[in-house]
Every structure is written in structure tokens, then in C-alpha cells.
Write a protein that binds this ligand. Structure first.
Ligand code: DLL
Length: 432
């Protein structure tokens, strides 16, 4: 089922026309309503009339998380507070959260894009959707909630955590769709196994997983353990929340709702657009938002765009699974390392659990990368020789992938902290 066929299957030409019209209007609005945007445009010698079509988008200045922080809490809103009907905020690693506000129209638009993504994932009106993303300032819970209601499916607003209850409701209510972070999905699978719950005995068929990076191998792991189709959904609070893009049942890249959010890929250092199809940093401009329109927001997420028509029939441009972030990329002795690379290695090995923690230290001038890995119950034996051999094998596999040496530390199952929300994979203790 396609929710909005006219838009989701539009020709490139029609989409460009829609985007160009909306972009020009948005630029006009922010120029006249937000002093910080006006100042940035004036610095570049730009007036709204210079932006006539999406071909002019790269003339515009970028927006960064720090712009939202500097205007904390409501300084980037373009409408009076009487028109803002909800706020959300995303907790940063440092300092104040970034706050976003939605008008009634914004909330309707958000519900519509999430409904589209649910249809992409193969969810129907008669499905029962357990929303296990956190409800609250985080956009995951409420974002999925209203999209599900808008579709007409049944929503179970359980929020994150409370694993026992999650499983009980899955059994009692006949949940068919679970929406949560991929790491929490694995945790649910783990607890199911412990409790002797056979996933085949449940009605689960689809999982809608996002809010953190996860690899193809992790997808395979979740699909085989929960016996479901695992769909990747992407979004960020600064743009709208979940629903910026999502995979369809083909699982071949996430369709971007580009009539609302125009994507670009730039080189993270030169900030210039990269040639079509190359990997770089994803940048979004919102063209329908009223509460807090955002021009050229630097997501720091690394991916590439795919413009070919998808076999599902949609023409909406697709973005590949995120390779990581330009800023959570670790640089270890000069080598770029993404946690997802290590995750893939671990998931390919049958002896390990997909739970790991990377700890980076600096000894003198040397970076040391320690990888804490959970070993499966049956392999965790007291026999030192067996464990030593396993440790050697894991170390070798990781080193072959990364091209740098690492210290592997094997730990017992369930040692590494599980969370119901986004997992923390890296502790960087370097003081640089
Ligand atoms: O995580 C919104 C969301 C909720 C998306 C539920 C999907 C599902 P923020 O808390 O603002 O918003 O975090 C946004 O999370 O820039 C990415 O780095 C990361 N992220 C989100 N989805 C994915 C994904 C929500 N599917 C930041 N793959 C983004 C990889 C993701 N990273």
C-alpha cells in the first residue's frame, strides 16, 4: 500500500517543482522572521529573491546544532508561542538540549510522513503496533504514536523499558509490529529466550527500528532471532523526529519524504556538494515546517543518495543505511574507525553476542582501543586455553577489518549494560 501515491511516485521533474516553490517560500519566511538567518544570509550577500529553485540551495548558509543551542530555548521559532502546540527536545552529550516546536500543521505533516513510513514497512490498518520508543521529550514515542493512529492501526503506547511487560503485552494483545531501537530489539530477543518464549508463538511480523546506527549483520541477527522483517527508520528531532525516511519492504535504502525535507550530501570538510552517489554528510532543508523551519541542517550522519526508481514503485530518493556519524567516527592512531565496523565483525562470529563496548585510552602519545565483547554462555568456559584461542580469533578478525591493533577483553554474557533507548557503544577517555 502506498499512502500518498501522487507524491511518493512523482516524477523527478514534478518533485523538483514542488521543492523549488516550497524552498523559495521557506527562505522568505526565515529571512523575515529569524534574525540569525537574516544575518547569515546578509553575510553571504543573499536576499530571498536569489533563491528561485532547488538549484540555488547550495548558496544558502548551513545551520548546526550550535545555532539551536545559541538560541535556546525558542529563539529559532518563526511563529508566536500561541501557535506552538507541542515542544520536543533532544539531549545533547554536552550543554543544553536543542528544543523544537510544532504548530498544529507541523504535527499533521509529521503524522502524515510517519504514516507513509509505516505503509512503506508493510503495516496495515489491522495491525497492532507496540511503540516501545520512549514517550516524552524524545521524538520517538509520540512521533510513531500519531503516525500509527493516523494510519488507523492499533497503537499500544507502552513507551521504552519494562521488558517483562513488553513481552506480556506482545503475547496477550497479539502485537504484530514492534517499534523500538535495534539494540533494544536484540535485548527483547535475549529475554524471550531466557523466559522460554518462542518468537514463532507470537504474532510479530515487522520491526521498525531506528534512532541509532545498526549494521546489515545486526539486521540479520534481529530477523533470525525474532522471526520478523526488520525495517530501518531514520529521523532527527531538528528536522521532525522519526519519519524523515524509512525503508520499504525491499529493504534497499530509506525513502526520504523529500517533498518536506530536501536532502543534500556534502563533503564534511570542504562543505561542498559531493558528486552524485558519493558518500558524505547528509544535510536537510525543511520546506513545509512552520514552527521551526531549518535551512541546510548539518546532520553529521554519513550516507549516500540513490536516485533510481525503487522496485516498490516509489520514486522518492533513497538514502543508504547510515555508515556512522562524521563526529562519532573515532580516529585511532590516525585511522578512522566506525563502531559499526566492529559490530559487523562480532555479528559474523557465532561465539559472540552482539553487545560490545569500545573504550579508548591514551597512553603517552599512543591511542589504545579496547573492545569489550560478550561471549555466548556456552563458549564461556573456565578453560583458559579455549578462551585465549577465542580472544585471539576475535582480535585477529577485528584487526583485519580495521587495520589497527586492538585489545580484546572477553566478558561474561549480560555484563554490558542494556538500555531501552539508544545504546552507548563508545567511552572515549582520551584527553586531547
Ligand atoms: O533519534 C528520531 C528517531 C526516533 C528516529 C525513532 C528513528 C526512530 P534524535 O534523538 O534527534 O532523533 O537523534 C537523531 O540519531 O542524527 C542519527 O545520528 C541517529 N539516527 C536516527 N535514526 C537512525 C537510523 C531520533 N535509522 C540522530 N540509523 C541522527 C542510523 C540514526 N542513525
Amino acid at each position: 500500500m502506498i499512502w500518498n501515491k501522487v507524491i511518493e511516485c512523482a516524477s523527478r521533474e514534478d518533485m523538483s517543482t514542488i521543492q523549488s516553490e516550497r524552498l523559495a517560500k521557506t527562505v522568505e519566511r526565515v529571512y523575515h522572521n529569524i534574525p540569525s538567518y537574516r544575518a547569515k544570509m546578509q553575510e553571504k550577500g543573499l536576499v530571498p529573491a536569489d533563491i528561485k529553485s532547488i538549484d540555488d540551495i547550495s548558496k544558502l548558509p548551513f545551520t548546526e546544532k550550535s545555532d539551536l543551542r545559541d538560541n535556546y530555548p525558542f529563539g529559532m521559532f518563526t511563529v508566536p508561542m500561541s501557535e506552538i502546540v507541542r515542544v520536543h527536545a533532544s539531549s545533547g552529550t554536552t550543554g543544553k538540549p536543542t528544543v523544537v516546536g510544532y504548530t498544529r500543521n507541523d504535527l499533521n505533516m509529521w503524522a502524515e510522513v510517519v504514516t507513509r513510513t509505516l505503509c512503506m514497512a508493510g503495516v496495515h490498518q489491522n495491525d497492532i503496533v507496540q511503540v516501545a520508543y520512549g514517550y516524552g521529550l524524545f521524538t520517538g514515542g509520540l512521533g510513531m504514536h500519531y503516525g500509527t493512529e493516523n494510519l488507523g492501526a492499533t497503537v499500544i503506547p507502552i513507551s521504552g523499558g519494562n521488558t517483562q511487560k513488553q513481552l506480556q503485552l506482545m503475547q496477550d494483545f497479539g502485537t504484530t509490529v514492534i517499534a523500538c531501537t535495534p539494540s533494544y530489539a536484540l535485548f527483547l530477543a535475549e529475554v524471550m529466550k531466557e523466559k522460554g518464549i518462542d518468537p514463532e508463538s507470537l504474532n510479530l511480523k515487522v520491526g521498525i527500528f531506528g534512532a541509532e546506527p545498526w549494521s546489515e549483520n545486526m539486521r540479520k541477527e534481529i530477523e533470525s532471532k525474532l522471526k520478523i522483517k526488520a525495517i530501518d527508520i531514520y529521523g532527527l528531532s531538528e528536522i521532525v523526529g522519526p519519519g524523515v525516511s524509512c525503508e520499504c519492504e525491499e529493504q534497499a535504502g530509506m525513502h526520504i519524504n523529500e517533498d518536506h525535507f530536501i536532502p543534500e550530501i556534502i563533503h564534511p570538510e570542504t562543505l561542498e556538494p559531493v558528486p552524485h552517489g558519493e558518500i558524505g554528510e547528509l544535510v536537510f532543508t525543511t520546506v513545509t515546517k512552520e514552527g521551526i523551519p531549518i535551512i541546510r541542517y548539518r546532520t553529521r550522519d554519513l550516507t549516500r543518495l540513490i536516485y533510481d526508481k525503487c522496485t516498490c514503485g516509489r520514486t522518492l530518493v533513497r538514502m543508504e543505511k547510515c555508515m556512522g556519524r562524521s563526529d562519532d567516527m573515532l580516529i585511532i592512531r590516525g585511522v578512522n574507525v566506525f563502531p559499526s565496523q566492529i559490530e559487523s565483525v562480532l555479528l559474523e562470529m557465532s561465539e559472540t553476542e552482539p553487545h560490545y563496548l569500545l573504550i579508548v585510552e591514551r597512553e603517552g602519545t599512543l591511542d589504545i582501543l579496547e573492545v569489550m565483547v560478550e561471549v555466548q554462555e556456552q563458549f564461556f568456559s573456565d578453560e583458559i586455553r579455549v578462551l585465549e584461542a577465542l580472544k585471539k580469533k576475535i582480535t585477529q578478525n577485528i584487526q583485519n577489518t580495521l587495520g589497527i591493533s586492538v585489545n580484546v577483553k572477553l566478558v561474561e554474557p549480560k555484563t554490558i549494560e542494556r538500555t531501552a533507548g539508544k545504546s552507548k557503544r563508545v567511552i572515549d577517555n582520551r584527553k586531547i
